[in-house]
Design a protein around this ligand. Structure first.
Ligand SMILES: [Zn+2]
Length: 270
């Protein structure tokens, strides 16, 4: 993404109906100064995100009823993250999360009264009962399960055609991350795993996950699919995978790329 058309080293991540606004007539830049002043008239909320790549970033939400200027295009966040360079992933995902937090915590969940934003923070406070409301992060696990040169790939009914992913799910209250991995694998495909290793993590703002990636080895059992969660799951060799994850920047893709590279290297060295 280029910064040439934006003045004062400011970037604005502006959302309307959960879509991020881009300039239509350029190479997908964020809204430039000449349209920004007009858009600002219709902001429902705005927050300073902080400094990213030496540029001060802000996020805002624009009234869903407002007709956008012709040179502005609203793009779903998932596609927007593919468009923005990886350098802007953190700023864009934070922008989305902050807007959702602010929108969803206008009222206190305990006493029902209106909350107030505490200036300079990402905190909304209920002055009636004292409850503080922060942006929520939901830890989720994703695991690449290996058996020699094969891995388990699976499809949920809501996946786009020809896309496959890895076993994943939310961490439940009361359990450790490791327990969550073993439980999800057992629930979704009915097998046991061993040698669980942490791989890395990724913020995944759909809507508020923090994905914790793992690799594991097959231990025992036959694949038995939970058809409430999955429509397909099976073992696939590294050079004959059935499809890719729906997002090229997902940690699922990184886990798979890492496994395939390892296999190619060991084949080469054989
Ligand atoms: Zn309250």
């Amino acid at each position: 993404m280029q910064s040439t058309s934006l003045p004062n080293n400011e970037y604005w991540f502006i959302f309307q109906n959960d879509r991020l606004l881009f300039m239509k007539n350029s190479q997908y830049q964020l809204p430039a100064n000449d349209v920004l002043s007009n858009l600002k008239l219709h902001f429902l909320r705005q927050h300073k995100l902080g400094l990213f790549n030496k540029i001060i970033c802000y996020c805002a939400e624009i009234d869903p009823q407002i007709l956008l200027p012709e040179d502005i295009e609203p793009i779903p966040l998932r596609k927007a993250l593919d468009i923005l360079s990886i350098d802007w992933y953190v700023a864009a995902t934070k922008a989305s999360s902050i807007i959702n937090w602010d929108k969803n915590h206008q009222f206190c969940g305990r006493c029902g009264k209106a909350t107030q934003h505490k200036p300079g923070t990402f905190e909304r406070l209920c002055n009636t009962c004292g409850l503080s409301l922060y942006p929520r992060i939901s830890p989720s696990i994703i695991v690449l399960i290996k058996n020699k040169d094969k891995i388990i790939m699976s499809r949920s009914p809501h996946f786009p055609p020809n896309t496959y992913g890895l076993i994943a799910g939310f961490v439940e209250v009361g359990e450790s991350i490791e327990e969550a991995v073993h439980r999800e694998v057992k629930e979704e495909v009915g097998i046991k795993i061993k040698n669980l290793h942490y791989f890395g993590s990724q913020s995944w703002p759909f809507p508020d996950s923090l994905m914790l990636g793992f690799t594991a080895d097959y231990a025992s059992g036959e694949i038995t699919i939970d058809h409430h969660e999955l429509e397909a799951a099976d073992w696939y060799r590294y050079d004959n995978l059935p499809g890719r994850p729906s997002s090229s920047i997902s940690i699922a893709q990184k886990l798979i790329d890492h496994f395939v590279a390892e296999q190619n290297k060991s084949t080469y060295n054989r």
